[in-house]
Write a protein that binds this ligand. Sequence first.
Ligand code: NCD
Length: 339
Amino acid sequence: MHLAKLHAPSQIQLNEHGNLKHFVTIEGLSKDTLNKILDTAETFINDNNQLITSPLLEGRTVMNLFFENSTRTRTTFEAAAKRLSANVLNIDIARSSTAKGETLRDTLWNLQAMAADIFVVRHSSSGAAHFIAKDVCPNVAIINAGDGQHAHPTQAMLDMLTIRRETKKPFEELSIAIIGDIKHSRVARSDVAALQTLGCKDIRVIAPNTLLPYGFSEYAEGVRLFNQMDEGVKDCDVIITLRIQNERIESPALASQLEFHKMYGLNEARLALAKPDCIVMHPGPMNRGVEITSSIADGAQSVILNQVTNGIAVRMAVLALSMNGQLQAQGLLDATSVV
Ligand code: NCD
């Protein structure tokens, strides 16, 4: 087999039955796999739109390894694991022995020896979760909670769940715009990949050229690019706004935040150009008055806080599915067992 194929992300993520055992990236996963994550997530939300609890991960240990800052993602992973009855350990990486010169590999092997079943990993280096799943701890389920500018697959899936639940329309029929700092955003990359896989035919990206990735037209096949907001948001069903990732910008990409707000900030007048029932999303953290005005963030069309709740359901699904996939891969669980 061709080497590139052997090491393709989907090969690492799936067991021999085609079930998820790591969740590192959206790329390479099928529409069926993404729909299975969404359908499983829905089973954790009851008819009153409340999250349920379940014993699915009783006796299992989930370790949160956040090498980079996070509020929502780390907390919702913890909430998700606890709702599945797992033991959760939040490892304070900044105070760990990696700060004393221990290699990442040794730190991870030690944590694995403490009977970890799942590692939730956030790292500033693109490819970190993939490296751990392939080369360091293949028998621990590795969930990528954001790696550099590369991928944030659980954010993409919670965005997809929010779109599905709020619009109640098939992805094929939706016009979806992503606005802002595409170049430095792992959320934008994973959202585009998920939307393409789920069949969305009208994906629009709205940004100045300085905030678009190099070679954008090749990476984003089928995606339309707009430099003008008014044209880009016209008749949209969904608008996803993104923060400018200042911590990842080396040279000035913008004249100023004020300038960005004038050109690309989502305000009432621009939202009025979209469909009347268009929903507004943001992965957080939000910079009010820059990419979005407060009246929109707190307005009737905003589903930003629903995204946070849906994040728990999606993370419960990913934790449960990848645990099952790992057990199947190790011959400890029948492949036909379902979550
Ligand atoms: C995003 C991230 O960390 O990539 N936030 C998140 O996970 N909720 C987006 C961002 O930081 O802008």
